[in-house]
Design a protein around this ligand. Structure first.
Ligand code: CLR
Length: 264
């Protein structure tokens, strides 16, 4: 079929040759990624906006701070796993993802799901007071004190702050999230070539919407953010190893199975 008839002025048309045949056009690809993002985003943006000044009281903050290390870790692991579950659902609806082998789907989720959670965090972040939506209210770094992982928490909050500064639209967040997930450079992939083809189509989709929004310069910044994401996730893994060594019982029997499966 003739793709140039659909997008007569698209300078990217040459790249369509590397495009999987099942994807009829780039708008369709973007639309389905955006739809999948919307359906798995946990909270609509408007709802979060309305709640953005609902903060924890001093007493509530103190209650979080006086939790034991393992209680607070378990609590956060449950919240994170919940968020990861939505990312898994998102992934399943990225065109091409389900055509990958089960092994490759899992390999991509192992390394990418936490990164996508952190990308999504910018939707749940209030830059005016550096707080994140957590347990129904907005929480600053001090709320997470009892995790004994201050450096990770600060780095995660800094990242969210920087992401917010880019002022991404929901569509841009959706395409960027898909690109973070579908990455042919991840370890342990069986069919790298196939992942690469899906990656290229998502890349094309992101370029397409940035170009339409006249924001081609943003692409470079987004690639820089991907490097930061990688370092944040290795810090998360490092903290998890530290925690599992000190509290093997909690890590083994009280962490959600999906959390263990993906990160342990
Ligand atoms: C991210 C976007 C998701 C909803 C969501 C759920 C849980 C939140 C997470 C967001 C952001 C990061 C978060 C997490 C719970 C705990 C975690 C606040 C808003 C902090 C950074 C603590 C990490 C603790 C590890 C060391 C276990 O759609």
């Amino acid at each position: 079929h003739d793709l140039t008839a659909i997008h007569p002025y698209n300078p990217l048309e040459e790249s369509y040759s590397i495009y999987p045949h099942s994807l009829r056009n780039i708008d369709e690809l973007c639309a389905s990624i955006v739809r999948s993002h919307r359906e798995t985003s946990q909270f609509p943006l408007g709802e979060l906006q309305a709640l953005r000044w609902k903060l924890f009281s001093r007493e509530e903050i103190q209650a979080y701070q006086s939790k034991s290390v393992d209680d607070m870790w378990q609590h956060c692991a449950i919240r994170l796993t919940d968020a990861v579950q939505y990312v898994v659902e998102f992934a399943k609806h990225i065109p091409g993802f389900r055509m990958l082998s089960q092994n490759d789907q899992i390999a991509l989720l192992k390394t990418g799901s936490m990164e996508v959670v952190l990308v999504r965090m910018c939707r749940f972040f209030n830059t005016e007071n550096n707080t994140v939506f957590f347990d129904g209210k907005f929480a600053g770094v001090e709320v997470f004190k009892s995790l004994a992982s201050g450096d990770l928490i600060t780095a995660v909050f800094d990242f969210a702050h920087d992401m917010c500064a880019l002022k991404l639209t929901e569509q841009q967040i959706a395409l960027f999230s898909a690109l973070v997930l579908i990455n042919a450079d991840r370890p342990c992939l069986e069919d790298r070539g196939r992942v690469q083809r899906v990656q290229r189509s998502v890349e094309l989709g992101l370029r397409h919407i940035l170009q339409r929004d006249n924001l081609e310069g943003l692409l470079h910044k987004l690639y820089q953010r991907m490097a930061v994401l990688r370092s944040l996730c290795s810090l998360h893994m490092e903290k998890l190893r530290w925690f599992s060594q000190r509290y093997p019982l909690t890590a083994h029997s009280l962490f959600p199975p999906l959390y263990k499966e993906l990160f342990a």
